[in-house]
Design a protein. Structure first.
Length: 405
């Protein structure tokens, strides 16, 4: 921030995303398309850039080609001012091994920290859908003199095994304990059915993080993970504090979407987050021009509705041609829906083609899937289960270019 404290952004984008298969069969999880024209990584990068954190390193590893290309071609900052968003692939700087965990990823990339000499380091995850102003979190971190501040959000206790769980002290700020994905944590005082979950967003005082990473590297029993190793270590030292995400207010947000945050780590959560976009009063509104989500703009013509084609409660991206009926769906650029075809409650990625008279319901189709004329997806559950990936909640998912029977 110009005239303020120096902050380096580090985005952890090396996740494999196994639970999002088949969408991650050929790409890293942060590169998965979301909301028609975006990639998941665009949300964290937009939050950092909107907050004037303009020097950002994106640490990549797993099947990172499309992610590296997207970051390189989309996120071009002013070199005149020394600003940048740059992908940093795993480089085996400390020996012949890839990243052992998220903490090891930063340890192997400490040359980035030494080059910039920042006062603070924002370590954020790359695969969540939300808006957040990190400056407000940084202000609390500086005022309280914390070694690390972790962003927390209240979630149902039944979901605790999916998150790092924070137990705050009586002052509501100091962290008493940090448990990574516990099976049965205690509920919050006065709200026993809920727990404080880590959002995977951390603000560190630089020296505290560097010292913790070196200590962790010397521990042969460590899993070398930010949530599993570094946060518990700093909590024991009394250096960890929590930032309540509900205290964060983003310019232009509506009361309905305040505090919105979704971990889209499964097909069902990914699908549900898309449905949040298209309701009459969306739980997450992409059209906030005071805190925009940035992405690459494709050079395609506007969407066309011809031959009686209609769409309702849907997002339709540039280059789409709609001749059939589309409802409650999100269409990425270049999707074609032919005459007599019906698309309901579905997420269609780039260049999907729905043939004449075909029916697609409650499905996620990755790019370049061609649904033949008269074919059905989401109509016969038994047949779909034998041919395609089906989520716990019955969402059918087809991978990139997968053949439709």
């Amino acid at each position: 921030m110009r005239g303020g404290p120096s902050v380096l952004g580090i985005v952890l984008a090396g996740g494999e995303g196994k639970r999002l298969m088949p969408l991650t069969a050929d790409r890293a999880k942060p590169a998965v398309t979301f909301g028609g024209t975006y990639r998941l990584v665009d949300f964290v990068l937009s939050n950092l850039v909107n907050a004037d954190i303009l020097r950002v390193c994106v640490l990549t590893q797993y099947k990172s080609h499309s992610l590296d290309r997207h970051v390189t071609t989309t996120w071009r900052m002013s070199s005149l001012l020394g600003n940048y968003v740059t992908p940093v692939p795993a480089q085996q700087r400390l020996g012949p091994h890839w990243y052992l965990g998220s903490a090891d990823a930063i340890l192997q990339s400490l040359n980035l920290v030494h080059d910039e000499q920042p006062d603070y380091i924002a370590v954020f995850g790359a695969d969540h859908v939300y808006r957040m102003d990190p400056r407000q979190m940084l202000q609390q971190h500086i005022e309280n003199g914390a070694g690390v501040t972790v962003a927390g959000i209240r979630v149902p206790r039944a979901e605790a095994s999916s998150f790092g769980i924070i137990t705050p002290a009586s002052d509501g700020v100091q962290v008493d304990s940090f448990l990574e994905k516990p099976a049965d944590p205690p509920g919050l005082p006065g709200d026993p059915g809920r727990v404080f979950a880590s959002m995977g967003n951390y603000l560190f005082t630089t020296k505290v993080l560097v010292d913790a990473l070196h200590r962790d590297a010397e521990d042969e029993n460590s899993v070398h993970d930010m949530g599993g190793s570094i946060l518990p270590m700093l909590t024991e030292r009394g250096a960890a504090q929590v930032y309540d995400f509900t205290e964060n207010h983003v310019p232009g947000e509506t009361p309905a979407e305040h505090g919105y945050w979704r971990d889209v780590g499964t097909l069902d959560s990914y699908y549900d987050a898309h449905m949040d976009l298209i309701s009459h009063q969306p739980a997450f509104n992409l059209d906030n021009r005071r805190w925009p989500i940035y992405t690459h703009s494709t050079q395609l013509p506007p969407a066309r509705f011809v031959a009686g084609g209609i769409a309702g409660e849907s997002i339709v991206s540039p280059g789409c041609v709609i001749r059939g009926q589309v409802t409650r769906s999100v269409l990425s650029p270049g999707v074609v829906v032919s005459e007599g075809a019906v698309v309901q409650g579905s997420v269609l990625h780039d260049n999907v083609r729905i043939g004449r008279g075909a029916v697609v319901r409650n499905a996620i189709l990755d790019k370049n899937v061609d649904v033949p004329p008269g074919a059905t997806i989401g109509v016969n559950p038994e047949r779909d289960g034998a041919l395609y990936t089906v989520s716990k909640n019955g969402i059918i998912a087809l991978g990139k270019g997968q053949v439709v029977a």
